[in-house]
Write a protein that binds this ligand. Sequence first.
Ligand SMILES: Nc1ncnc2c1ncn2[C@@H]1O[C@H](COP(=O)(O)OP(=O)(O)O)[C@@H](O)[C@H]1O
Ligand SMILES: [Mg+2]
Length: 331
Amino acid sequence: MSPAPIPRPAIRVDAVSKRYGRTLALDAVSFDVDEKELFALLGPNGAGKTTLMHILCTLLRPDSGAAQICGRDVVKQSRAARRRLGLVFQEPSLDDRLTVRENLELHGLVFGVPRKLRRQRIHEMLALVELTDWTDKPVQMLSSGMKRRLEIARALIHDAEILLLDEPTVGLDAQSRDRIWSYIRRLGIERRITVLVTTHYIEEVEGCDRACIVDHGKVLALGTPEALKQEYGQQILRIAPRSEEDRREILSRFADRLVSEAHDAILLASDDAFAETVFADYGGRVRSLAVERPSLATVFLSLTGREIRDQAAGARERTFAFGKRGGEHTR
Ligand SMILES: Nc1ncnc2c1ncn2[C@@H]1O[C@H](COP(=O)(O)OP(=O)(O)O)[C@@H](O)[C@H]1O
Ligand SMILES: [Mg+2]
C-alpha cells in the first residue's frame, strides 16, 4: 500500500514582504491555511490585509518571500494559482449596468465554464445568497449588502477551491453582516471550500476555525479563537473617571496595570480581587466602571495596547457606508 499523501496547505504564505515607498506594508508575513479551513485575517485599517490579498490573487508581486495557492507559486505559476481562486475584493467590482445574471454569465465566460454548467452554478449560487428573485434586475437596483452577496456568488461560478474575501462586510449594517457570514459558513460546510477572509470587526472572528492577527504588516498572533483568548485574553477593568484629577490619580496609582487609555477611559489589567478593590475605592467617584472578560477584543488590546475600534474608518469604508456605486471591472 502506498503511504497516505501528505496533506498540503491550501494557502501557504512564507515570509512575504512588500514595501510601498517608505511604508513597509508587509513585514515577513508567514502562515498556512489548511484545506477546508475558515481562516480570518484580522487587523485594523492599514495592517496590510489588502496588500496580502492582492499578492495571493496574483495582482501584486511580493518584494521577497513566496506564496502558494494549492501548491502553485503565485508568481511563477500565477495562472494556475489564479484559476483555483474565487475572489471578493474590498472595492465593489460589479458592472452596475448589467443584470445580476449577466454579471455572473460574464464571469463564467471569462473562466471558460461550459454553458450548461454555467446555468446550473448561477442558479445554485443565487439561491445560496438568496438573490434568485433579482436574477434579471440591473445591479444598480441592489443595496450594498445585496451587491456583496452577488460578489460572493460570482466568486464561485468557476471551479474555485479557495475563496478570498477582503473585508466582505465592511460598512454594512449588522443584519447584512450576519447574513454574509451565514453564507460564508455554509460555503465551508456544504461546498467544502477553503475560505480566507479579512476583517477589522473583531467579533466576526469568533466563528472562524483560526485567526491571524496582523498589525503594521506583522503577524502578532495566530490560533483558534479559544487558544488566542487563553494565551492573550486578559480581564480588563474599564474606568471612566469624572475629573482630570481622578484620572491622574488612577493612572499613577495603577501605572503597573495600565493596558491602554482610550475614549476618556483607562483600561487596566485586572482580576476579580483587583476589580473589587477598585470598586470599593473609586465606585462613587467615577462615571463608570466595568469588567471586561477575556475576549478577542481584549486579545487585540493586550497585543497592541490599542482598541481595534479606535481606528478611524478608512476613506473607503466611509464611501461604502454611504452607498457608493460600484466601479468598473478591476480585473
Ligand atoms: N498603492 C499603495 N501605495 C502606497 N501605499 C500603499 C498602497 N496600498 C497600500 N498602501 C499602504 O500600505 C499599508 C497597508 O495597506 P493595506 O494593505 O490596504 O491595509 P489594510 O487592507 O489592512 O487596510 C497602509 O499603510 C497603506 O497606506
Ligand atoms: Mg484593506
